[in-house]
Design a protein around this ligand. Structure first.
Ligand code: SF4
Length: 70
């Protein structure tokens, strides 16, 4: 599955990076979320953590994406 981060909605709260630090980080330059995974493709082992991040994001900036990936 893919994770999509809408930086336009992100408020830089960093909750996602706390919950799934191998998937999300806060960009030092913008203060907003960045996805660390190439193409946003989430390994199965990380899907639970990403689902938790989606749930805790206070800005609804994270969502599962469409597409089969590269
Ligand atoms: S939890 Fe949501 S608002 Fe906070 S940094 Fe992550 S994407 Fe942005």
């Amino acid at each position: 599955m893919k994770i999509v981060a809408e930086t336009a909605n992100c408020v830089g709260a960093g909750m996602c990076a706390n919950v799934a630090p191998s998937v999300f980080d806060i960009d030092a330059a913008t203060g907003l979320v960045q996805v660390l995974l190439a193409g946003g493709d989430v390994p199965a082992a990380q899907e639970g953590a990403v689902a938790d991040a989606i749930a805790v994001c206070p800005a609804q900036a994270l969502q599962w994406g469409e597409g089969a990936g590269a």
